[in-house]
Unconditional design. Structure first.
Length: 184
């Protein structure tokens, strides 16, 4: 259910674009994201900082798209979000000496510090590449191709990355379990 809620605005954006145009789709994405955040706040009482950031970015870039009647703004939105997420993770490590992924996921997964660092840097790299790839598709292909890439390409690449990440991190998890087994 949570996964469906996370992709709710993207799916509605895609459907609205196919039925109408980029401007209607952008308005639908803004409303869907507001409803998504409202539902999260109502049902859980909590909205994550990155979800607030995503809402702000869709309202800002989506609003600019609608007001200026220029799809350039909405095409930049995924890149800005990717780069902010990657930049936040990198700043956590480099500036604040804190691994934000470990802070978020440490209760669900046990990894040595080297594993957390590897995972964080791989996410930073993934977000940087996805931002560049989004711009390349957005400005070298038509809007229809970009919208298809945004849904299928972006989600597909994310799925492949997460599977690869799990396989890569499996070696660190085994090391963590072996180290933990000798502690008792």
């Amino acid at each position: 259910m949570k996964l469906l809620l996370d992709f709710f605005p993207i799916i509605l954006f895609f459907a609205a674009f196919k039925l109408w145009d980029i401007y209607v789709a952008t308005g639908v994405a803004i409303v869907a994201t507001i409803l998504q955040i409202g539902w999260l706040r109502y049902s859980t009482g909590k909205v994550e900082p990155m979800q607030w950031l995503s809402l702000g970015i869709i309202v800002l870039f989506g609003g600019a798209t609608i007001l200026a009647h220029d799809d350039t703004f909405i095409k930049w939105k995924p890149t800005v979000l990717y780069w902010l997420m990657g930049g936040t993770l990198a700043a956590g490590l480099l500036v604040f000496r804190k691994n934000l992924l470990k802070s978020l996921m440490g209760a669900q997964m046990q990894l040595p510090d080297a594993g957390w660092r590897a995972m964080t840097w791989s996410w930073v790299t993934f977000f940087a590449v996805m931002g560049v790839l989004n711009l390349w598709v957005a400005f070298n292909f038509d809007t229809d191709t970009w919208v298809n890439f945004k849904l299928f390409g972006g989600l597909g690449l994310m799925a492949v990355f997460v599977i690869g990440q799990a396989l890569f991190l499996n070696r660190y998890m085994k090391e963590g379990k072996e180290a933990g087994a000798g502690d008792s």
